[in-house]
Design a protein around this ligand. Structure first.
Ligand SMILES: O=P(O)(O)OC[C@H]1O[C@](O)(CO)[C@@H](O)[C@@H]1O
Length: 255
């Protein structure tokens, strides 16, 4: 069971839920996703990759195996993918999603959309990806992580609130952080395809999960600085239904 230690007292957005630790924050987000599927079996989920959601996905798999949730009518869209990595590459986000979630639940693989990093025309694919989201009726619940520099998906600092799914360059700091998933920094792709901030803000509900002291500054700036391109996650303050689920470490710089 999730064990929030504190919660913002009003209902305005962003709502902030602080949990004791990473395990309870991950459980809380899993509960929110499972509740969304149970409330609307044909829900359209927006999904994230990275180290942060791994435990959340493990909790969801646990709930599926316990018969608490059914994904057969769910559609999912992932936020981003590295340019140059095919879906079978061990560090591709498609592979991550299969390993962490899709292979362990009864989601229809044809309803799981992850941007393709190896197509001939990534710009055309980006436009097509936007169309697919619209054709699915839009994203009901979008899960996000956050980068140390405040990026969401691969929207690096400088990304505007109206940016759409597109090809982007990664900052050196993101390349260095993500090198931990590769054999060496040289292997980290320098470009990616990502949903835009504007695309993300169109989701009906957004949940951002952040854990660890490494995210504390990005969380403070996202929640307490004026929204600006400098901290892409700060644009979430413009959304009417966004929840930050944090562990105490990620919340440690909040006033
Ligand atoms: O969860 P991590 O591994 O700290 O990554 C932070 C963010 O950077 C990304 O890896 C880049 O999109 C996101 O998937 C993630 O939300």
């Amino acid at each position: 069971m999730s064990n929030p230690v504190s919660q913002s007292s009003n209902t305005s957005s962003p709502q902030v839920i602080v949990c004791a630790d990473e395990a309870s924050a991950s459980r809380k987000v899993a509960d929110m996703i499972v509740a969304a599927v149970n409330a609307k079996p044909s829900v359209v989920l927006g999904l994230a990759t990275g180290g942060t959601p791994v435990k959340t996905y493990a909790n969801i798999v646990e709930d599926f195996r316990a018969g608490k949730v059914d994904f057969r009518n769910v559609t999912s869209f992932n936020l981003d993918e590295y340019i140059g990595l095919s879906g079978t590459h061990p560090q591709s986000f498609r592979h991550f999603m299969e390993l962490q979630l899709f292979n362990h639940i009864n989601i229809d693989p044809s309803k799981t959309f992850v941007p393709e990093g190896c197509g001939d025309d990534p710009a055309a694919h980006a436009a097509e990806f936007e169309k697919r989201i619209a054709d699915a009726g839009g994203i009901d619940l979008q899960l996000l992580g956050i980068g140390h520099n405040g990026h969401i998906a691969f929207n690096e600092p400088g990304s505007s609130a109206d940016s759409r799914t597109r090809v982007v360059g990664l900052t050196q700091s993101t390349i260095e952080k993500n090198a931990r998933f590769f054999d060496s920094e040289d292997e980290v792709p320098k470009t990616a395809i990502t949903m835009g901030i504007g695309t993300i803000l169109e989701a009906k509900q957004i949940v951002l999960l952040a854990t660890g002291t490494g995210k504390a500054e990005a969380i403070r700036l996202s929640l307490q600085a004026s929204p600006s391109d400098d901290v892409p996650a700060s644009w979430l303050a413009k959304h009417p239904q966004v929840t930050f689920v944090l562990d105490e470490a990620a919340a440690s710089e909040l006033a």
